[in-house]
Write a protein that binds this ligand. Structure first.
Ligand SMILES: [Zn+2]
Length: 488
C-alpha cells in the first residue's frame, strides 16, 4: 500500500468536490481515502477528454507543420521557409491549423507559389474541411484549371482551394500513411494529453488502419493512457461504408462506439443552420438526414454500439435527435448515444436530448479559440445559443466536455473549464462544475474514474491548488493504474 498525501479532491456522484488529506493506492487501484484538509500539492482524478483526435495531435507534433494560432502571412511565410530547409528535395510539405480570421487573409495558391515554388505544399485549415495547395501539388495530382469539382466538393484552382471531398483528388498523390506512422502519432499525441493531466480520452474517429494501430499498441502493452476509439462507419462526406468493427475491451483500449457526420463547422460556416450566416451567406450543408442516419446506425445500435454523430448547427442537431429517437423506438436498448459538439442547440433540442438521455459532448475551449469566427459568421440571434453550456447543465443533460484538439490548440481541462465561464452572451458555467464534466469517461464507454475506493488510480498532481489558482497551477505528475506516466 502506498500513501499519496496532499490536497486530494474527489467528486461525489453529483460532481461536488470533497477534500481529503491523502489517498491509498494498492495494486493500481484506490484502496482508501483519509478525510480532512490536506496541504501542499493538489491531487485530482485524471481527466477524460471525451472528443479528441489523438493521432492528429501526434502528427502535428511530428510530421506536419503546425499552423494553429499563426497571426499573419508574414509568420506563415517564415514557418514555411524554415520547414522547407528540413525536408528532402521534392518531398511534400504538409501543414495544418491555419485560420483566416487570425491570419487576416486567406492563403492562396499564388502566395504559396511565391514562397515555395519547387515542392508540393498543402495546408489544411483548422476545421480540416478546407485546404490550400500550390501549383506543384496540383500538378503532382494531375489537377489543373480544367479539373471539374467532384460531387460533395469543390476545386477552386484560381485560389488554390480544395473544399470538402475535393481534397480526395489531391490526397491520392500523397505518400500513404502506414500502421507504423499511426503508432508513432498515437504515442506522441498521448504524451501530449498526459502532460495536461488527461488520463483517458476518446479518439473521435478511426478508419480500419488506425484501429489496427491502436490494437497493436494495446497488445504490446504500449498504450500509456486509456482510450476509447470511435470507429468511422461512413467517412465524412463519402458514400462508402466500412463494416462495423469487432468490439474490443481491455484495461486500456475500448472499441464500443461508431462515428457519423451530419454537418460541417461553425468556424468555417458549414454547419447546417436555420438562419443564413453573416458575411459568407448560406445555411451550411446537412450531410445526413434523420432517415439516412437511422438506416446506417440501426445495425450498430442493435449490436450495442453507441452511436456518436457530429452535429453542430441547429438543423443538424434536431435531425440527429430525431434519428436517435427512431432508434430507441425501433429497439429500446439501454445504450446512450452521443451528439458530438452540439454547437447551436435551441430549447427544443435541449428538451429532446434530455428526454432521450443521450450524451452531449461540447468543447468549451471553442468559446475562446474560435470566438472570433463565431462572432463574425453567426447571426445575432444565434449568439446566446452558441455552446450554451450553462443551459445544457441546467437542462440536466448527460454532459461530457472535450477539446476536439487539434482543431484547437489547447487541451488543458483547466483552460477549457475557464472558457466555459465565458459564453458569447449570458451566464457562464461555474469553474468547478465545468471541471467535473472533464471527468466523465462513462460517456466513452470507459469505467468512472473519480478516485473512489475500488476505482483505478488514474490521477493528476498539480504543484498548487487548481481550484484557487486555475491560471498558475502546473501539472507535475500523472499516474495511470497507480504508475507514473508523466513527471515534469
Ligand atoms: Zn472532432
Amino acid at each position: 500500500m502506498r500513501r499519496v498525501a496532499g490536497r486530494v479532491y474527489v467528486p461525489d456522484a453529483q460532481g461536488r468536490y470533497r477534500s481529503y488529506r491523502a489517498l491509498w493506492v494498492k495494486e493500481g487501484r484506490v484502496a482508501g481515502l483519509e478525510p480532512g484538509r490536506g496541504e501542499g500539492e493538489a491531487v485530482l482524478p485524471g481527466f477524460h477528454d471525451a472528443h479528441v483526435h489523438i493521432w492528429k495531435i501526434g502528427q502535428l507534433l511530428t510530421d506536419l507543420l503546425d499552423l494553429r494560432g499563426v497571426r499573419s502571412l508574414k509568420t506563415l511565410r517564415r514557418l514555411l521557409e524554415e520547414r522547407d530547409r528540413l525536408l528532402p528535395p521534392g518531398a511534400w510539405l504538409l501543414g495544418r491549423g491555419w485560420n483566416e480570421a487570425l491570419l487576416g487573409a486567406w492563403p492562396t495558391r499564388a502566395f504559396l507559389d511565391e514562397v515555395l515554388p519547387h515542392r508540393p505544399v498543402v495546408l489544411t485549415r483548422t476545421c480540416a474541411h478546407i485546404h490550400v495547395a500550390n501549383t506543384q501539388a496540383f500538378q503532382r495530382a494531375g489537377l489543373g484549371p480544367d479539373t471539374p469539382s467532384p460531387p460533395g466538393g469543390e476545386v477552386r484552382y484560381g485560389e488554390g482551394l480544395l473544399l470538402e471531398r475535393a481534397y480526395g483528388l489531391l490526397e491520392r498523390a500523397m505518400p500513404r500513411r502506414t500502421v507504423e506512422d499511426y503508432q508513432r502519432y498515437i504515442l506522441a499525441g498521448a504524451g501530449h494529453l498526459l502532460r495536461h493531466g488527461i488520463t483517458s480520452a476518446l479518439e473521435a474517429g478511426a478508419d480500419p488502419l488506425l484501429l489496427e494501430a491502436y490494437r497493436r499498441l494495446d497488445q504490446e502493452g504500449r498504450l500509456p493512457l486509456r482510450v476509447s476509439v470511435l470507429a468511422v462507419v461512413r467517412p465524412d462526406g463519402e458514400e462508402t461504408t466500412y463494416p462495423l468493427p469487432e468490439p474490443y475491451r481491455s484495461e486500456r483500449l475500448v472499441v464500443a462506439g461508431v462515428k457519423f457526420f451530419a454537418d460541417g463547422g461553425l468556424s468555417g460556416a458549414s454547419a447546417a443552420v436555420s438562419r443564413p450566416y453573416r458575411e459568407v451567406g448560406g445555411k451550411g450543408v446537412l450531410r445526413l438526414s434523420a432517415e439516412e442516419l437511422f438506416e446506417l446506425a440501426l445495425p450498430a445500435h442493435e449490436k450495442g454500439f453507441f452511436v456518436a454523430t457530429h452535429a453542430i448547427g441547429d438543423v443538424a442537431i434536431l435531425e440527429i435527435l430525431r434519428a436517435y429517437h427512431r432508434l430507441y423506438q425501433a429497439r429500446p436498448l439501454p445504450v446512450r448515444h452521443r451528439l458530438e459538439h452540439f454547437g447551436l442547440p435551441g430549447p427544443k433540442a435541449l428538451g429532446l436530448a434530455r428526454a432521450l438521455g443521450v450524451w452531449v459532448v461540447p468543447q468549451p475551449i471553442f468559446l475562446e479559440e474560435l470566438r472570433e469566427n463565431f462572432l463574425r459568421y453567426l447571426p445575432e440571434e444565434f449568439l446566446p445559443q452558441c455552446y450554451p453550456l450553462a443551459r445544457m447543465a441546467q437542462a440536466g443533460l448527460f454532459l461530457a466536455f472535450s477539446s476536439d484538439a487539434p482543431v484547437v490548440q489547447e487541451v488543458s481541462p483547466l483552460k477549457g473549464a475557464r472558457a466555459a465561464g465565458r459564453p458569447l452572451v449570458g451566464k457562464g458555467l461555474p469553474f468547478l462544475r465545468a471541471l467535473f464534466y472533464y471527468t466523465r469517461p462513462e460517456a466513452s464507454g470507459l469505467p468512472p474514474a473519480w478516485l473512489w475506493p475500488g476505482q483505478r488510480a488514474d490521477l493528476v498532481v498539480y504543484d498548487r491548488d487548481p481550484f484557487r489558482y486555475p491560471e498558475e497551477a502546473q501539472v507535475i505528475y500523472v499516474e495511470v493504474d497507480g504508475a507514473a506516466v508523466f513527471t515534469a
